[in-house]
Design a binder for this molecule. Sequence first.
Ligand SMILES: O=C(O)CCC(=O)C(=O)O
Ligand SMILES: [Fe+2]
Length: 257
Amino acid sequence: MNPHLNADTHLIADSNYIARCRRQVDRDGALVLKSFFTADAIAEVIAQSEPHEADAFYASSTHNVYLTPPNPDLAADHPFNRQIVSTKGLIADDEIPEDSPLRSVYNDATFRSFLCGVLGIDEIHPYADNVSSINVHFASKGRELGWHFDNSSFAVTMLLRAPEGGGTFEYVPAVRDAEAGDMAYERVASVLDGNEPVQQLDFEPGDLVLFRGRNAMHRVTPTEGAVTRLLVVFAYNDEPGIGLSDSALKTFYGRTS
Ligand SMILES: O=C(O)CCC(=O)C(=O)O
Ligand SMILES: [Fe+2]
């Protein structure tokens, strides 16, 4: 069993436990497993990550909620083109040390088959590029992640350090059905204009969060206070050989390799 996980409370190899987690993700679109990572693992990852805050990449541009380039045939204030500000920074997979507990968990066969079982997928693979698989996000005072839909159907995250205030994960479930090609322009505008009720997902450092972010619109509010919010994102694909395009790499990482 992986030494960085609290295996006695989270029976990730147990089929009943997996089935229970799966029912919850299917019902809520999200699952929070409290204290999934050990306190030692969190402390070690913070110690390895903090010195890299100065090297973090901060995208200088804005984005739409779909994380795609704008469509010049539509008006600037069309929901497809409305520009969102995100100011958080990140360090990429190739900046995460080989001996990081994050790599040990990301690559763990039992953890991967747990994710497959919970998400109802047959296969799970890392990204084929060298930056996307494991990322650490930094949000110091005033920095935020604006409203968006994820490109991937699911996200796996772990908070390393909570800020004093702000840094709240807010979402509106089932805004669209991306698989059916639904762009949900009216509802997107309504969320951006603050006219939809918003839910909050509460999680603490060390909790594992699974979230279906392709159809739920979500954001993280600006950090308040002097403590930087630190969060890990584990990104996977359900097919092998998928990497981000050079233009996406430039946008999200500021470099292509
Ligand atoms: O920071 C978070 O809690 C969520 C991150 C997120 O939504 C993303 O990376 O797409
Ligand atoms: Fe997201």
